[in-house]
Design a protein around this ligand. Structure first.
Ligand SMILES: *Cc1c(COP(=O)(O)O)cnc(C)c1O
Length: 418
């Protein structure tokens, strides 16, 4: 009997330390009240809150238009649709990201082509973009054609890895030189700034895509937003998120034919509901506060781990404001007796919910099988991934938890150093 008891509740009580997750949403009574208000109203799905949320989001990032969608992935998909990328089109992106960044192209029949990252900040390397273009594409009738597949290069999709903006000036300059569109995967970067402009204001891009999944800066449960300064893509995305149905036909129809509508394109049900948007509006008001907390936690990590030789810390250049979605350290594996997986396991044992961002997209079985990718194809991304550990970072994180994580990481690195 006694033996069994140890695996029951008492075993949990005896666990020495509370588990700290790597990310967590922050919901308060105001958020709850905002959602309850919608539940008591006449609209549950597309009602007044959607437009209100879109206006507030656009204003927050300094864009003309914001289109709310059911997820960050749907936002990326809508962006690809808005720019009319399809079969025979290529877009360049980074392998150091969540698979959705590349998947969104495949949904529309377009092809993701990876370019390796810069080792220092893990964002797409503009030099490697140029290299890729010069080696694989040649100009044919004003467009860039891949000389093996015949595909036309249409766009670049940089990712603001961990909340640190990619080198957008260089990306834009290359895009302009070759007449390419730029879609920012800004899922990590709500609140970030690049050369004085908020990410999402599209100062160097055509479209920017955000996610409001619970681990991101603000949450709507599931949700996404695309921002842009151009009317046409915004219009196309509104149609796309509603099955491809246009409202113009209904508006033209006479009173007796109010049932009439037209499906002009193949769209999806990617709408975000009033319930979600009410939560988004409430969360958006807290964003400045969330960002402050995130950055103060990052500062503490930077301070407490700054002198540990076996740990490489993230940095933000002087030309940007980091949004600190993730705090990713990299181990200098040559200085340690244990590898990343062992380091990770030791953190878990001590109740620290670390994570790894990311397994490079090209190494996922689907991408290997479909495109023939293999280890060694993108050495900078692979090396960064093999050394990366994401430390817990979220606005509600207690000071003592930040201290505990920093202390544990520090001690582990020092005691495992060669
Ligand atoms: C979270 C995330 C997405 C997808 O967002 P969802 O809302 O989960 O669909 C896309 N790209 C990156 C880089 C992300 O971190």
């Amino acid at each position: 009997m006694r033996k069994h008891k140890l695996t029951g509740p008492s075993a949990v009580e005896e666990r020495p330390t509370r588990f700290i997750p790597y990310g967590r949403h922050e919901i308060d009574d105001e958020d709850i009240a905002a959602v309850v208000e919608v539940l008591r109203s006449d609209w549950l799905t597309t009602g007044p809150k959607v437009a209100e949320y879109e206006r507030a989001f656009a204003a927050r990032v300094g864009a003309k238009y914001a289109v709310a969608l059911s997820s960050g992935t749907a936002a990326l998909h809508a962006a690809v649709f808005a720019l009319k990328l399809g079969p025979g089109d290529d877009a360049l992106t980074t392998p150091m990201t969540f698979a959705a960044t590349a998947n969104c192209l495949l949904y529309q029949g377009a092809t993701p082509v990876f370019c390796d990252i810069r080792s220092d900040d893990m964002t797409i390397d503009p030099a490697k973009i140029v290299q890729k273009i010069e080696s694989d594409y040649r100009p044919v009738h004003g467009s860039l054609r891949n000389h093996r597949t015949g595909n036309v290069l249409r766009a670049i999709i940089p990712v603001h890895y961990a909340g640190r903006p990619a080198d957008m000036a260089a990306v834009r300059e290359i895009a302009d030189r070759y007449s390419l569109a730029v879609i920012e995967d800004a899922a990590h970067a709500l609140g970030a700034q690049y050369r004085g402009s908020p990410v999402g204001g599209c100062s160097h891009s055509d479209l920017a895509c955000f996610s409001t999944h619970p681990v991101k800066h603000i949450t709507t449960g599931e949700g996404g937003v695309v921002t842009t300064n151009e009317a046409e893509p915004a219009r196309r995305m509104r149609i796309f998120r509603n099955h491809g149905i246009t409202t113009e036909a209904r508006e033209r129809a006479s009173q007796e034919r109010r049932w009439h509508y037209e499906m002009a394109d193949l769209g999806y049900n990617y709408r975000l509901s009033d319930i979600h948007c009410a939560l988004g509006l409430s969360q958006l008001r807290k964003l400045p506060d969330f960002l402050k907390k995130r950055s103060s936690i990052a500062d503490k990590y930077l301070e407490k781990l700054g002198d540990v030789a076996a740990i490489m810390l993230p940095r933000c250049g002087t030309d940007c404001v980091h949004a600190w979605h993730l705090f990713v350290i990299r181990l200098r594996l040559e200085m340690l007796r244990i590898n990343r997986d062992e380091f990770f396991a030791r953190l878990c044992e001590r109740g620290i919910g670390a994570n790894v961002h990311y397994i490079p997209v090209h190494l996922h079985p689907y991408y290997r099988r479909r495109f023939g990718y293999a280890p060694g194809d993108f050495p900078a991304a692979e090396a960064a991934s093999a050394a990366a550990i994401t430390l817990p970072l979220f606005p509600g994180m207690a000071d003592e938890d930040v201290a505990r994580v920093a202390e544990t990481v520090r001690n582990l690195a020092l005691s495992s150093s060669t």
